[in-house]
Design a protein around this ligand. Structure first.
Ligand SMILES: Nc1ncnc2c1ncn2[C@@H]1O[C@H](COP(=O)(O)OP(=O)(O)O)[C@@H](O)[C@H]1O
Ligand SMILES: [Mg+2]
Length: 354
């Protein structure tokens, strides 16, 4: 098991800053998800760790050794590329064994390790198939086997699930996480999918414009986002802007709303997750009228028009006959939330919702 450390990592292309002073430590056996919108610098960061891109500045340590200038094959990393980058004309075994051949591993050992890697990803028996004859999900597992066969100290994955359909994606994400935990692999996992990051990661790194916005465990980032960008990128939220009246109360126009603290006079944006908003036909703090209702199967969304703007409320769909289920557009309801659910954020910096 191996620790990965990035220090002030930076990459520029002419005037474009692709990655801007990223500091990060991935502990032994930890899975860290690098999450952010397209173009925020995830792939560039991963490729610098793997050694395919030379940093403009900063250093990379793998297991305590500075590998910033080392070639990819000397870095103790295994990488799953976005789109897999398999050799289509070669067999599964040839693809998986490629890295071993590069490392000049003898044929007998190579064969044993290929067989073992294929067993790990449940592809035993497929060694002689050609890539073109494999399904998307199988190709994905070949790519995993190719990365794992070198027994990497650091496992790198670049959007490994993005080519799979929704059902397979959910399945494979559980498999990868189980494998990673079983093998105790130090892992850096790149994704633009917040659900993938939330469900798989020990810790997440949210990036925007080449910079790290926030690092922490999934619950911390979802429930205590550092700014509006992180809040909006990790899930839906209601945003109220106003001034803190007393600690725990935000005044937005004529309305006083519960919040999680604050300093009187402070201008703030407050985010409240839709599942934390109470909705009741009879009583509550903030009255409003039902607007659009969206049935999502297991969940139902109500858009409620209030004097503080439209508020999104979401709940497990109530059973037929329940009084919430019978709410119709125009009906009056009352909304409420605990002070702790009203997360105060400074409107700047990163004051835009993702
Ligand atoms: N070879 C390159 N030349 C110029 N700009 C690049 C190059 N590679 C990446 N970039 C730019 O760097 C930024 C980050 O890219 P990338 O790391 O691929 O983002 P992500 O993987 O998060 O989508 C983008 O603005 C991208 O256009
Ligand atoms: Mg990318």
């Amino acid at each position: 098991m191996t620790r990965l450390v990035l220090e002030g990592l930076r990459k520029t292309y002419g005037p474009t800053v692709a990655v801007d002073r990223v500091d990060l430590e991935v502990a032994e056996g930890e899975l860290v998800a690098l999450l952010g919108p397209s173009g925020c610098g995830k792939t560039t960061t991963l490729r610098m760790v793997a050694g395919f891109i030379a940093p403009t500045a900063g250093r990379i340590f793998i297991g305590g050794t500075d590998v910033s200038r080392a070639p990819p094959y000397a870095r103790d990393t295994g990488m799953v590329f976005q789109g897999y980058a398999l050799f289509p004309h070669m067999t599964v075994a040839e693809n998986v064994g490629f890295g071993l051949e590069m490392r000049r591993v003898a044929k007998a050992e190579r064969e044993a390790r290929i067989a073992e890697a294929l067993r790990l990803v449940r592809l035993d028996g497929y060694a002689e198939r050609r890539i073109a004859q494999m399904s998307g999900g199988q190709q994905q597992r070949v790519a995993l086997a190719r990365a794992l066969v070198v027994n990497p100290g650091v496992f790198l994955l670049d959007e490994p699930l993005s080519n799979l359909d929704a059902r397979l994606r959910a399945e494979v994400r559980v498999e990868i996480r189980a494998l990673q935990q079983r093998l105790g692999l130090t892992t850096l996992f790149v994704t633009h999918d917040q659900e993938e990051a939330l469900t798989m990661a020990d810790r997440m790194v949210v990036m925007n414009h080449g910079r790290v916005c926030q690092i922490g465990p999934p619950e911390e980032l979802y429930e205590r986002p550092a700014d509006l960008f992180v809040a909006g990128f990790l899930g839906r939220c209601n945003v109220f802007r106003g001034t803190v009246e007393t600690p725990g109360t935000l005044r937005a126009g004529a309305i006083a709303l519960p919040c999680d603290g604050g300093v009187p006079g402070q201008t703030a944006a407050m985010v409240v997750r839709p599942e934390r908003v109470g909705i009741d036909p009879e009583a509550g703090l903030l009255p409003g009228r039902i607007g659009m209702t969206t049935y999502l199967g297991g969940l139902t969304d109500w858009h409620v028009e209030t004097d503080a703007g439209t508020v999104l409320v979401t709940r497990p769909t109530p059973p037929p006959g329940d009084r919430l289920r019978r709410l119709a557009p125009g009906d009056i309801v009352h909304l409420d939330w605990a002070g702790t659910a009203g997360r105060l954020l400074s409107p700047e910096p990163n004051g835009e919702l993702a």
